[in-house]
Design a protein around this ligand. Sequence first.
Ligand code: CA
Length: 417
Amino acid sequence: MQRYIMCLVALAVVVLPLAAQTDLTYDPSPLVFNAVPGQFDSKFLNVTNTGGVGRDYSLLTNPPVLLGDLVSYYPFDNGRVDLLTNWSGAVSGTYLGHDRLNRPLQAMGFDGVNDNYNTWDSNLSNAFSVSFWARPLRNQPMIAQGYYNAAQTADYLLWPDWYASGSEEGLGLALGKNGLMVINHAAAYMPVLLSYSADLSGWNHYVIVFSGQTPSLYVNGVLVSTGLPSPRPTTYLSSLYGGAAYGFYKGFLDDLCVYNAALTEAQIQASYQFTDMARFQIQPRMGALAAGTSTAVAVRMVDTSLVAGVYGDALTLCQMGSAPVTTPVPVVINVGDTTVPLAPADLAISYDGLGNALLQWSPVASATHYKVYSGPDPYHPEYFSYLGHTTSTSFSHAADADPPSSRRFFVVVAYLE
Ligand SMILES: [Ca+2]
């Protein structure tokens, strides 16, 4: 008996901290969409703050395989906030421009002169990854890989933090239309650990993985370069995007993600394939909830590529803050089968001059009966009246109160059972 009590106490110690992690709940679960191929469906997700203090929420569409390692996500859609921490950074200059799908105000622009943006500094070291889309607008001087001690002038998309100690360094990135470099920084120390020359004009997807003291570069999901190993035992990820003392980046940055791990091949592919808002559009996608309040978030399923079938998916509800908590929101998408038409392909009407109408139509395969309606306006089905039903493919409608000259529309609906 005593052993039982011991076990229960131990269990409580483990479970309670987990249960206290988030104050946010949602309904319904799952969120169910019903559509036919090529069409949208909209639903509301109710998000509730069950806690005693105000909470900020966001809804993410990022692939679940990446969420466990995701530290920050900056979609730069009409703003520059991190959807995980709600940190909006310290900005100098910058502007919002078109993203890779030519959507306006959906990517961060840097002028190459003095614009920069200091994101939340995650202080990650030694095993981390950064992914983003970028479109550089000018060439930069490319420097050969090597261990240098002099200052390096380049177009710093990510300015490398400076460290005084001989065992630490900050990791930086320099990007131009003609190549990308990984340049690190400390006192009298500025090695170019990776130098990749290629035509990088236009939008491309980048993943920089730092692991085993060595940077690797993936462009559009392909490993294109593995750099020199760093001689320093501790390498920190930096946080100032756009550049500083030794040069500034000119161009655009989008969908910036910071990960506290060396991403796997599968994760890199998922990152490259990910297009935010491609399947779900969410409005609003973030907000503040006072204690005990709810809000209805509109979610629109806009993936017109789905063929008939039932699909499982997931959104992610995030309680934003310095320690963000993410919760999966299961989604079911029912895409109906429209290979069987539910209306005849044609409908002929003949009048006898006295107001009596004869309707005739082609049979619908497998239909057991048809219902006939009429109304004054095809755009307002709520005003249609039910006239009757038949198992044949014709229907006689006797003259009624409407004069023979008045305009009316008929609708025939096929039923399969
Ligand atoms: Ca964007």
